[in-house]
Design a binder for this molecule. Structure first.
Ligand SMILES: [Zn+2]
Length: 325
């Protein structure tokens, strides 16, 4: 069957039974579908009985736009949630094309999570149309965007929506997600509170660890040069400067930005610039060659060595400390 039709069918079905379906594990929904499509009826008694023995029976389904939000939700939700991300790890979120299977996943979610601040707005139409009627939606950066604009770059590159690059802002995301989970699944409020508290404590520790690593870099070399403006909140948190060739939405590189960034690398005598390994930038490679600087790895989102949010942040701090000191 055409997946799109299947998606629309599930979306309609969910409008009626969203609360129920959101609590049903993926395996059940998928095995039940042929029967549901043919008979417009629920699952057979035998399948329902096997599900009753499933220890994950009560997991609610959470659909996030990007992998970093999915990872934060997994840490807050633990075994109470089954989380997916519309954009897969290692894929460029700024230019992602949605697929029909994204609609199917979103149509079964009790909670949906987006970043906001312009990063994933292009995904909102599919989230809005596929989301079940009773589902809760959380915009993780709500409350941050007006309060904390990006740190002052040398070239104006517009707003930077990658707030999670500051662990203190990631804690704000976690609190938003915790509140969304409690709203979607109030019966488990105490467990979400407790799990969020534990994870927030580990993020505070992460913040201290990053500060310790970045302190190893001499103050005159605390300049983070990247391809797109994704690290201004990281830079601002630890008192660094940041420069990028492309804006926060990963738009185009201008000749003006190339000249200014090149000059800055030479003036500061930087030994390295930074780029996401999967998104090599020929413009940044050229700038680095001209300035005799190397190109080292950094992650704006999850993928490659950055398997979780905490792994990503530790990797980035180590890479900055190792390549600039
Ligand atoms: Zn980005």
């Amino acid at each position: 069957m055409n997946l799109l039709i299947l998606g629309l069918f599930i979306a309609t079905l969910n409008k009626i039974t969203s609360r129920y379906l959101a609590r049903v594990p993926k395996t059940l929904t998928l095995t039940c579908l042929p029967a549901a499509v043919l008979l417009l009826a629920g699952c057979s008694g035998a399948q329902a009985a096997s599900v009753a023995r499933d220890e994950n029976r009560d997991a609610i389904l959470v659909a996030a736009t990007i992998p970093v939000l999915a990872d934060l939700a997994r840490n807050v939700g633990g075994s109470l949630v089954e989380v997916s991300s519309a954009v897969p790890p290692g894929v460029d979120a700024h230019s992602y094309q949605t697929t029909p299977s994204n609609s199917v996943t979103i149509s079964r979610a009790a909670l949906t999570i987006s970043n906001g601040s312009g990063l994933d707005d292009f995904l909102l139409p599919i989230f809005q149309s596929a989301r079940p009627g009773g589902a809760v939606h959380v915009v993780a950066s709500d409350g941050l965007e007006s309060q904390f604009p990006a740190s002052e770059p040398v070239i104006s590159l517009g707003a930077d929506p990658h707030f999670w690059q500051n662990p203190i802002f990631a804690i704000h995301y976690v609190e938003q997600i915790r509140d969304g989970l409690i709203q979607a699944d109030p019966g488990n409020a105490a467990r979400y509170e407790k799990q969020a508290q534990r994870y927030i404590a580990s993020l505070r520790q992460l913040d201290e660890n990053i500060a310790g690593l970045l302190d190893q870099v001499p103050p005159n070399r605390r300049i983070l040069v990247t391809h797109h403006q994704a690290f201004s909140h990281l830079a601002a948190r630890y008192g660094w400067q940041t420069m990028a060739l492309a804006p926060g939405d990963a738009g185009s590189v201008t000749p003006e930005s190339i000249l200014q960034v090149s000059q800055k690398i030479k003036d500061a005598g930087l030994s390295s610039v930074f780029v996401e390994p999967r998104f090599r930038s020929s413009a940044l490679d050229q700038v680095a060659r001209d300035a005799r600087a190397k190109v080292s790895a950094i992650y704006a989102g999850l993928g490659g060595e950055a398997t979780t949010y905490v792994e990503m942040m530790q990797f980035n701090a180590r890479s900055l400390a190792d390549n600039l000191r």
